[in-house]
Design a protein around this ligand. Structure first.
Ligand code: ZN
Ligand code: FE
Length: 258
């Protein structure tokens, strides 16, 4: 879940926590969009100077809601060449978990940015999907991320190649397995034009078969989306063959049956 520090989310952490209690959740995690290598890289990540205020804000939510386990991490963009920066972010604070995400392809194509959907025009969809999963394989191979976020985000606006694009996910999932990392079921996919979970059923089944870890995320950018459609996510996970999810504390995980 996010906070206003990323400049495109609303609600204080304590409001997300209150909503989680209302929804009957017992544990939540904040995973703000981590600072980029320079603060002017784009306009939708938190600033480097806000990292400590972010930790404090989540600390306030924890103090306000002692009945809830509140974890804190970062969602860090994987971009080739930024590896040292990523490691620096990882060691900035004793995070509970780190999510690695790919939101940029090529030099700096923000393929999932809602204001630039027309930048997809004329692209070879199979090539884009292949590059996307290659990047995610590299992200997993880095060995820093506990979870790879929304692992088929490339479908966000409904761009799907004609051929067997699902197979492109296999080397990625095998790398996640090698690193004993996890993917997430992210229910935000239901709120965007793709209108299905990230990842969809075929990749989720491949993930279960490969034996990677699993977490559940709403990707909430507003308190009202805390725990969004989790019942559907659990059903999909079971159908795919998963029996356990992971919870994290201090970069260690524990598998929990659901
Ligand atoms: Zn966001
Ligand atoms: Fe993301």
């Amino acid at each position: 879940m996010h906070t206003p520090f990323c400049r495109h989310a609303v609600g204080a952490p304590t409001e997300y926590a209150a909503e989680a209690v209302r929804a009957g959740l017992t544990e939540i995690g904040f995973t703000e969009h981590a600072p980029m290598i320079t603060d002017d890289f784009d306009d939708w990540h938190m600033f480097y100077g806000d990292l400590d205020a972010y930790v404090d804000g989540v600390g306030k939510a924890t103090a306000d809601h002692p009945e809830l386990n509140i974890r804190i991490g970062l969602e860090i963009d994987y971009i080739p060449g930024h590896e040292d920066w990523i490691r620096q972010l990882a060691s900035h604070h004793p995070w509970d978990y780190l999510v690695g995400s790919v939101h940029y392809l090529g030099e700096k194509w923000g393929f999932d940015h809602p204001d630039h959907v027309d930048s997809w025009e004329g692209r070879d969809l199979m090539a884009v999907w292949a590059e996307y999963f290659e990047r995610q394989t590299q992200a997993a191979a880095l060995g820093v991320f506990d979870i790879i976020g929304h692992c088929d985000l490339v479908k966000k606006f409904g761009h799907r190649p004609d051929g067997d694009c699902i197979e492109l996910a296999r080397p990625f999932l095998e790398e996640v397995k090698r690193k004993d990392s996890a993917i997430e079921i992210n229910t935000c996919g239901l709120r965007v034009p793709a209108a299905e979970l990230f990842p969809g059923d075929p990749i989720l089944a491949m993930a279960a078969e490969t034996g990677v870890g699993l977490t559940f995320g709403s990707d909430a950018h507003a308190p009202k989306n805390v725990g969004y459609n989790f019942a559907l996510a659990v059903t999909a996970a079971r159908r795919a063959g998963f029996t356990h999810g992971r919870r994290f504390a201090g970069r260690e995980f524990e598998a929990v049956a659901f």
